[in-house]
Design a binder for this molecule. Structure first.
Ligand SMILES: NC(=O)c1ccc[n+]([C@@H]2O[C@H](COP(=O)([O-])OP(=O)(O)OC[C@H]3O[C@@H](n4cnc5c(N)ncnc54)[C@H](OP(=O)(O)O)[C@@H]3O)[C@@H](O)[C@H]2O)c1
Length: 165
């Protein structure tokens, strides 16, 4: 089972503020939707709650330490990242996506095979960060530039990295 992190990161590694996203980039949302639709998505309880409800067409796997936490039918609660991965392995999934937030990315980075990163070409004030990646461990396999336009206020790159084994 291929494990991928999907994240949008600012130039200063910021990914969020006050348990919310900072930027509005519909082009990135479309890319995110195309990437993750139909798949299982693993996330921390705070990221899950920041979305308000489970994302359509995806199965949410929510990580929490709370033993009595519940999610809508068809989605899952687990108590560690390892449990999230093993639940997906048991379902014989071809791939799974880790959606954050900061706490979960930090734990997942050493364990995943692929990084799907949207680089937002701006620095922002925030309180949640994605770790700097080690270029000895990650090989950039593709990078596409998406210049800002009327609806997308920041330049971005969609970048794919594969783990160097
Ligand atoms: N830019 C992006 O691509 C992106 C993507 C996702 C999220 N974000 C942003 O990231 C921020 C949220 O990140 P965050 O780090 O505050 O929260 P988070 O990683 O989404 O969730 C943290 C929660 O996960 C649970 N958890 C963490 N480690 C655990 C472990 N070892 N075992 C069991 N449960 C564990 C705990 O839940 P309990 O407290 O319930 O026990 C913890 O409070 C928000 O600002 C969000 O908008 C950005």
């Amino acid at each position: 089972m291929k494990k991928s992190i999907v994240v949008a990161v600012a130039d200063n590694q910021v990914i969020g503020k006050d348990n919310d996203l900072i930027w509005k980039l519909p082009k990135d949302l479309k890319h995110f939707k195309e990437t993750t639709s139909g798949h299982h998505i693993i996330m921390g309880r705070k990221t899950f709650e920041s979305m308000g409800k489970p994302l359509p067409n995806r199965t949410s796997v929510v990580i929490t330490r709370q033993k009595d936490y519940t999610v809508p039918e068809g989605h899952h609660v687990v108590h560690s990242l390892e449990e999230a991965f093993s639940l997906c392995e048991q379902k014989d999934l071809e791939k799974v996506f880790v959606l954050g937030g900061a706490e979960i990315y930090k734990m997942a980075l050493p364990l995943v095979d692929e990084l799907i990163i949207t680089e937002v070409k701006e620095s922002f004030e925030g309180d949640a960060y994605f770790p700097k990646i080690d270029r000895q461990e990650w090989k950039e396999v593709s990078r596409t530039f998406h210049p800002k336009d009327d609806k997308n206020p920041h330049d971005m790159y969609f970048v794919y990295y594969q783990k160097i084994v």
